[in-house]
Design a binder for this molecule. Structure first.
Ligand code: ADP
Ligand code: S3P
Ligand code: MG
Length: 170
């Protein structure tokens, strides 16, 4: 299938590697968080602050299912998306899913230095952040592991990802 969903914990690299993989294949690129932001006219952080997480989960579900996907597309999802509603089954029915796996320590150092705020983390830092990620990842990983492919988020390359998904550049 010519649609690949990138999934995994916040900070694993879905947005940045989705863009690179799409460019490498000559595919379209969609980041569902960016679609939600454009449709709602506000950032994810503003959406959480004004509507709360429950409303965000309903909205991201609508965005996943309503997006009019072009052919040949790489879709970067938000880190929580696979863990709500029927999303894992839905994505596996509509394309390939690729889980980018990273340890809580590596995730936390990336998230501490990231420019995009993640409201779920509530500004946590240091050891408190690592512990929070360990706990949250344990809750979420059962969903992520239902992905078609699993790759390590360390030493990634576009060539490696292209080989994993088995697609040819257009
Ligand atoms: N392979 C990598 N090595 C080091 N830093 C990375 C790597 N991939 C992504 N990052 C950085 O990690 C942060 C989170 O990346 P991002 O693509 O936004 O992740 P996600 O969309 O999964 O939350 C960004 O600051 C990005 O520059
Ligand atoms: O894991 C989560 O619950 C979230 C991850 C974020 O996306 P990234 O995984 O791209 O940071 C974004 O959808 C929102 O802040 C909630
Ligand atoms: Mg992202």
């Amino acid at each position: 299938m010519s649609c690949v969903y990138l999934i995994g914990f916040m900070g694993c690299g879905k947005t940045s590697w989705g863009k690179k993989l799409a460019a490498g294949l000559g595919y379209n690129f969609i980041d569902l968080d960016h679609v939600l932001e454009a449709q709602a006219g506000m950032t994810i952080a503003e959406y959480f602050a004004s509507h709360g997480e429950e409303a965000f989960r309903r909205r991201e579900s609508e965005v996943l299912k309503q997006t009019d996907y072009p052919e040949n597309v790489i879709v970067s999802t938000g880190g929580g998306l696979p863990c709500f509603f029927d999303h894992m089954d839905w994505m596996n029915d509509h394309g390939q899913t690729l889980y980018i796996q990273l340890s809580p320590k590596a995730l936390s150092s990336r998230l501490e230095n990231a420019k995009t705020p993640r409201p779920v983390l509530q500004g946590k830092k240091g050891e408190e952040l690592v512990e929070f990620i360990e706990h949250k990842l344990a809750e979420r990983e059962g969903y992520y592991l239902q992905a078609t492919h699993h790759v390590s988020g360390i030493d990634m390359s576009v060539e490696g990802l292209v080989e994993v998904v088995g697609l040819t550049a257009i």
